[in-house]
Write a protein that binds this ligand. Structure first.
Ligand SMILES: *Cc1c(COP(=O)(O)O)cnc(C)c1O
Ligand SMILES: [Zn+2]
Length: 415
């Protein structure tokens, strides 16, 4: 593991010594970055020391991570990360791009990107001897924490809105977590979790609150570096990364991962990062468009539940991820998110609405002249389509029902 030297506030820049439990900045409430000494790491390792490792999971990056391996070698915990890249010809043609990849985070053990953060936080919980880990979740973060915790027998408690999609609630329960549904939205669940963690001394994983979630999420950037950046030609235009944004922790984590690699001198060209929000949950995009870091809460109503957030908990770093890399924010309509699900489906890729949002964000960027045919692009599908069947069914026509005989089949086929 990498020794971390403390925490640094992303807002007021104050630094804090390593502490077993520290969440947001005690001084201003801003999000904290875990500080790692990359000079030291750069002397110790060459890129080949990482890329030659045979552990095909996020644990291959352990030398660059500030947590130790929690064990569980033969469990799903050790299979988080190292997700596949797809490049279906049909999509390249539809999009008019020469180089396009879709990174499928739906292939993670609990079927979403959130396994990356939860694997690392469970590792951290083990390290500090936390008895109980708790999180608020719209569904995926909870499922990921419940699954990763179950893998090594860690106790977990999950607070989710009672409106969370059934499949996600089923996952929480099946993984044996203590599940508490709140009669309120995600933001209400979030606040209650923070309060409860303080009251009962539970270790809190909340997104945009616990600094270690970012350390897990940054591993997606490490993989993109290994899987794409190292193979781009010297004179290539920078890679463009499209990701959907709710609280803003995934996009911030991806940014941090690229910054870490850059600090090591292992990444030659910083990728451009594009954040995509639903028009109906666009607090971060609104602030980005207004050219400010002051985020005004919205009343989120998007059907993409994973990115439905009133008050984003990691908004400032999320704005910087796009602004500081020459990327941008885009907003997309929920109707287009639904259409995107079926378009990706016909290429064999089944994504939940939040995953489709990133894809239709790219389509909008192409049609509005932000992205050109020679830009290399990767879209991150953050979650598997089976997570939200109701939305999936909105993207398709219902199947016909016929009598089980040839006559009625022929009649149907003639239609
Ligand atoms: C959590 C989540 C997101 C958004 O991540 P944030 O860190 O909240 O911005 C996007 N897609 C899926 C599937 C998610 O579960
Ligand atoms: Zn601060």
């Amino acid at each position: 593991m990498a020794q971390y030297t403390g925490y640094k506030c992303s807002i007021c820049n104050k630094e804090f010594l390593p502490a077993s439990v520290l969440y947001t900045c005690p001084h201003c409430g801003g999000n904290l970055d875990v500080v790692i000494n990359f000079d030291q790491l750069g002397h110790k390792y060459q890129p080949e020391d990482i890329t030659s490792r045979t552990d095909y999971s996020l644990w291959r990056y352990l030398p660059l991570l500030p947590t130790s391996d929690p064990g569980g070698e033969r469990t799903p915990l050790h299979h988080a990360g190292w997700t596949p890249l797809y490049s279906p010809r049909k999509l390249l043609r539809n999009l008019g791009l020469h180089r396009f990849w879709l990174k499928d985070e739906g292939k993670n053990p609990t079927s979403s990107f959130k396994d990356r953060a939860s694997a690392i936080v469970v590792g951290r919980a083990r390290e500090i001897g936390a008895e109980i880990v708790v999180t608020a979740s719209t569904g995926n973060a909870g499922a990921a924490l419940a699954g990763m915790a179950a893998a090594i027998g860690q106790k977990a408690i999950i607070f989710a809105p009672k409106t969370a999609p059934q499949a996600k609630v089923a996952q929480l329960l099946i993984y044996g977590a203590e599940v508490i549904l709140v009669d309120g939205n995600y933001d209400a669940a979030f606040d209650l979790t923070v309060e409860a963690a303080q009251e009962f001394n539970w270790y809190c994983r909340n997104t945009g609150y616990n600094p270690f979630t970012l350390e897990g999420k940054k591993t997606a950037a490490f993989e993109i570096w290994e899987q794409i950046c190292l193979d781009l030609e010297e004179d290539s235009k920078p890679l463009c990364v499209f990701v959907s944004v709710g609280d803003g922790n995934i996009i911030s984590g991806i940014h941090k991962g690229f910054k870490d690699l850059f600090a090591l001198g292992w990444l030659k060209q910083m990728p451009r990062i594009f954040g995509v929000q639903s028009e109906k949950s666009a607090a971060i995009a609104n602030a980005y468009f207004a050219n400010t870091e002051t985020i005004i809460p919205v009343s989120a109503t998007t059907l993409a539940d994973s990115i439905s957030v009133d008050m984003p908990r990691d908004g400032v770093r999320a704005i910087r991820a796009a602004r500081d890399t020459g990327g941008a924010y885009l907003t997309v309509a929920d109707d287009d998110i639904i259409k995107g699900i079926s378009e990706l489906g016909t290429c064999g890729i089944f994504c939940e609405p939040a995953g489709s949002a990133a894809f239709v964000g790219l389509k909008k960027a192409i049609s509005t002249g932000m992205i050109f045919e020679d830009d290399p692009v990767v879209v991150i599908n953050t979650g598997n389509g089976l997570k939200d069947i109701r939305s999936a069914m909105m993207a398709v026509q219902v199947a016909p029902i016929i009598e089980p005989n040839l006559k009625s089949l022929k009649k149907h086929l003639q239609k």
